[in-house]
Ligand binder design. Structure first.
Ligand code: SF4
Length: 379
C-alpha cells in the first residue's frame, strides 16, 4: 500500500479522536487526503492544521463501538516510524499542516507499540528538528517509563478513558482496567511532568452514550480527575454506530448532548461550579432545551437578583450572560464608577438579554418575562 492510501486509511481510523488543542473546527478539504488533516483553534486563538493519524490500525482489543476493533474485517496497515516522521516533516514543509496528532491501535504489548510511536516523535524532534505542535496519545496500559519518555517529546499528552468508570468501561471495552490501564498512566504523567513539559496540558476523551452512562457520571468523573490530576480538559465524542460491530443498531448520540456536556464541563472548569450546582434530571441527564448555566440559575431563584455593584466574583459568575472576562471588567470598573444601566454592562461585554432577570443595578430591577424560553443557548 502506498503512502497516500495508508494515510487515508490510518487517518480515517483517527477520525473519532477529538483531542485537538481546542474546539475541532472543520476537516480540511484536501481531496487526496480525506480524513487525515483537521483544522482547529489553539488555546491562544491560532488556527492549526493537524495531521491526525494512527501509526497502525491493527489492534488486539475488541471495543464494542470501535471501527478498528480486532474482530472487524477491515484492511489493516501501519507506518514505520521513519516513514511517518518523514511524511509529517514533508507535509509541514509544504505548508499543509502545522502539527501532528499521533495515536495507534495496540499490536501486542502496549509498551512495544508505544515505543514505536515514541520513536516516530523522537525522529521528528531530533533528526528532522521538528519544533511544531505534537499531541501524542498514551496507549492503555503503558508503563511509567514510557510516560516519562513521552513527556519529554510532546506538547500535549492524552489518554482516552472512553467511559466514566470501571463498570461502564467493561461493558464496551472488555480487557481494559479503568484504574490500572487508563487512570494510572494519566496520574504518572501529572506527577512526572517537569517544569516546561506538557505545555498544552493533559487531556482525556469519552465516547458519549456507548456504555449507557448518564451525563452526571461523565461530568462527575471529569470533575474528580480535573481536581486530582489537573486535566486541561475532557473531550466528549458522541457515539455513532459503526457497521459490523455489536452496537451497529444502537441509536447515535445527537450533537446537542455533546454540546451540553461541553458547556457543563466548562462551568466546572472556568466558572467554579461544583457538581451539585448543576441541574440533572432523574436519569442524571442535563436538560437539552436549556443551557446548564441558565438551568442552574432558574433552579436557584432564591439566590437572585444580585446587585452588580456589590456582588463578589463568584456571584457574578452565576449570572447567565456574565462570563469570566465581563466579570473581571465589572469588578475593575465599578470601583471607580457605579453601574446603573444595562448599557453599562453591555459595554463591559455582558449579555444583558440573558442577565437582566438575575440582577439589579443600583437597586433597580429590569426583568423580562420567560427568560428560559428566550435564552436557552450559550453561557
Ligand atoms: S483499543 Fe479499543 S478503541 Fe482503541 S483502537 Fe483498539 S479496539 Fe479501538
Amino acid at each position: 500500500m502506498d503512502n497516500g492510501a495508508r494515510l487515508r486509511l490510518l487517518g480515517e481510523g483517527a477520525r473519532f479522536d477529538v483531542s485537538v488543542p481546542s474546539t475541532l473546527a472543520a476537516q480540511t478539504a484536501l481531496a487526496d487526503r480525506p480524513g487525515s488533516i483537521y483544522e482547529a483553534l489553539s488555546p491562544d486563538g491560532r488556527r492549526v492544521r493537524l495531521l491526525k493519524v494512527l501509526l497502525s490500525n491493527a489492534c488486539r482489543y475488541d471495543c464494542a463501538y470501535c471501527a478498528t476493533r480486532c474482530s472487524r474485517d477491515i484492511p489493516r496497515a501501519s507506518f514505520r516510524p521513519e516513514e511517518l516522521a518523514r511524511l509529517t516533516d514533508e507535509l509541514t514543509r509544504a505548508g499543509l499542516i502545522s502539527g501532528l496528532f499521533l495515536s495507534s491501535g495496540i499490536v501486542g504489548d502496549a509498551d512495544n507499540q508505544m515505543a514505536r510511536m515514541i520513536e516516530t516523535v523522537e525522529l521528528l524532534r531530533h533528526k528532522h528538528q521538528y519544533r511544531n505542535y505534537i499531541h501524542l496519545k498514551l496507549l492503555p496500559g503503558v508503563s511509567e517509563a514510557a510516560v516519562t519518555t513521552a513527556l519529554g517529546l510532546a506538547d500535549r499528552l492524552s489518554l482516552n478513558l472512553e467511559a466514566p468508570g470501571p463498570e461502564r468501561l467493561s461493558a464496551i471495552c472488555p480487557g481494559k482496567s479503568f484504574e490500572r490501564d487508563l487512570v494510572r498512566p494519566l496520574r504518572w504523567a501529572r506527577r512526572l511532568a517537569a517544569p516546561g513539559q506538557l505545555r498544552s496540558g493533559l487531556t482525556t476523551q469519552f465516547v458519549v452514550g456507548a456504555a449507557g452512562e448518564s451525563d452526571r457520571e461523565l461530568i462527575a468523573t471529569t470533575w474528580r480527575l480535573s481536581a486530582e490530576i489537573g486535566l486541561a480538559r475532557a473531550y466528549f465524542s458522541g457515539f455513532q454506530p459503526v457497521p459490523d460491530t455489536p452496537l451497529e443498531n444502537a441509536e447515535p448520540i445527537p450533537a446537542g448532548r455533546e454540546h451540553r456536556l461541553y458547556q457543563a464541563e466548562f462551568l466546572t472548569r472556568a466558572y467554579g461550579f461544583a457538581l451539585d450546582d448543576l441541574v440533572f434530571d432523574e436519569q442524571g441527564m442535563l436538560p437539552i432545551d436549556l443551557d446548564p448555566k441558565m438551568a442552574a440559575a432558574l433552579a436557584h431563584e432564591e439566590d437572585f437578583p444580585i446587585e452588580v455593584n456589590t456582588a463578589d466574583r463568584s456571584q457574578l459568575l452565576r449570572v447567565p450572560g456574565i462570563g469570566p472576562t465581563s466579570a473581571e471588567r465589572i469588578l475593575q470598573v465599578r470601583g471607580k464608577h457605579k453601574l446603573t444601566a444595562l448599557r453599562h454592562l453591555q459595554i463591559l461585554g455582558a449579555r444583558t438579554d440573558r442577565a437582566r432577570n438575575f440582577i439589579t443595578l443600583g437597586g433597580r430591577y429590569y426583568p423580562r418575562e420567560e427568560p428560559a424560553l428566550q435564552l436557552s443557548m450559550g453561557l
